[in-house]
Design a protein around this ligand. Structure first.
Ligand code: AQP
Length: 331
């Protein structure tokens, strides 16, 4: 018997402008997955973003901004169902069904929740139950592969637990998904400008389409020390190299590292590394940035594309929702 083609699914919250971590951990994987056979569903998680975004216009703008960002970076809405989470309200029904089989202990173990609270974010019940809505997002489409960054792996494992609990109580309804990380571990968890995980809510992020003075200023925030360029240094202790490694070819990266390690007359200082980082960032994102600006000029078209994606995705979610309701006696 042949194995069925995979169903890829993932999402990003429109909780701010997408950053380098979102790109290397998620968006790039999502775009690359289009080359693999199977079905592809990607969504903008606006229900989730309500836990942090309080202003309606900001949320609407963030949704369009994220859609334009994805399309500019290569997402093809003709090959993937690309949609807004809230255009498929069945996920909230499925989330309730999952909540009835989910123990409090499972949610209390969520690292992401604990990290946010430790960073001073005042949690709502919505933030606490985020993994349940995320599980519903995944299970609503019989997804089998969920490409995410490292911070989301635990949530996919919780989804597996919820599917198992539901299925063992009510019969085989949900399909068990697997997380997929980027092959390179430095892309699975991109550090922020301050060294902890890059995150929109920690104020340590670098927007993928930053440019000009703002880009220089952001790169200027990456911590360095006061050692002279001529002093030999261990490149693995220099945070700037974490970013250069994401954007430079291997050979060029090695040359910079060798020169820093050797020190002496003519060795590059932190300023040189920062200038090269800004150039490499511009080379990498410049062309997509231009497309992004064009796409943002036609918000009505972005809305239309999102709605078209949602129509197709919703058919699948309705079928899974009906199956789940039937199984637990609500139909
Ligand atoms: N620093 C990161 N490195 C690698 N991948 C990352 N992702 C997020 N940060 C990094 C991946 O991006 C996808 C979407 O994330 P999200 O916006 O839905 O939620 P998040 O993981 O909570 O991202 P942020 O920036 O930290 O958002 P806020 O601060 O709003 O909660 C996921 O696949 C994630 O792994």
């Amino acid at each position: 018997m042949s194995t069925p083609a995979p169903t890829f699914l993932s999402g990003i919250q429109p909780s701010g402008r997408p950053h380098l971590g979102n790109y290397f951990g998620a968006i790039r994987q999502h775009v690359d997955s289009l080359e693999e056979p199977g079905e592809h569903l990607f969504f903008i998680a606006d229900y989730h973003a309500l836990t942090t975004v309080k202003d309606a216009d900001t949320l609407r703008n963030n949704v369009r901004d994220l859609a334009a960002t994805y399309f500019a970076l290569g997402m093809d809405p003709e090959r993937a169902m690309f949609f807004r989470q809230s255009d498929v309200p069945e996920v909230t029904e499925i989330a309730w069904l999952l909540a009835t089989v989910t123990g409090m202990g499972l949610l209390e173990r969520a690292h992401s929740y604990k990290d946010k609270v430790a960073n001073g974010i005042k949690p709502s019940v919505g933030l606490f139950t985020y993994p349940i809505l995320m599980a519903a997002d995944i299970l609503a489409y019989d997804s089998t592969i969920v490409p995410v960054g490292k911070d989301q792996v635990q949530h996919v494992e919780m989804t597996q637990d919820m599917a198992t609990h539901f299925n063992s109580r009510h019969g085989e309804v949900f399909t068990r998904p697997e997380a997929r990380l980027p092959e390179r571990s430095d892309m699975a968890k991109v550090p922020g400008l301050d060294g902890q995980k890059m995150s929109k809510s920690y104020g340590n992020d670098l927007w993928v389409f930053e440019e000009g003075k703002a880009l220089k200023k952001a790169i200027g925030r990456i911590p360095t020390d006061s050692r002279e360029p001529s002093e030999p240094k261990d490149p693995s202790e220099i945070q700037l190299f974490d970013f250069l490694a994401l954007l430079l070819e291997d050979q060029e990266l090695q040359e910079w590292k060798d020169r820093v390690e050797a020190g002496g007359e003519g060795a590059p200082g932190y300023g040189h590394l920062k200038v090269r980082l800004a150039e490499a960032f511009d080379d990498h994102f410049g062309p997509a940035r231009a497309r992004y600006k064009e796409l943002m000029a036609d918000p009505a078209e972005l809305d239309r594309v999102l709605l078209r994606g949602a129509e197709k995705a919703r058919e699948r979610a309705v079928a899974v929702r009906d199956r789940a309701l039937q199984a637990c006696g609500l139909r």
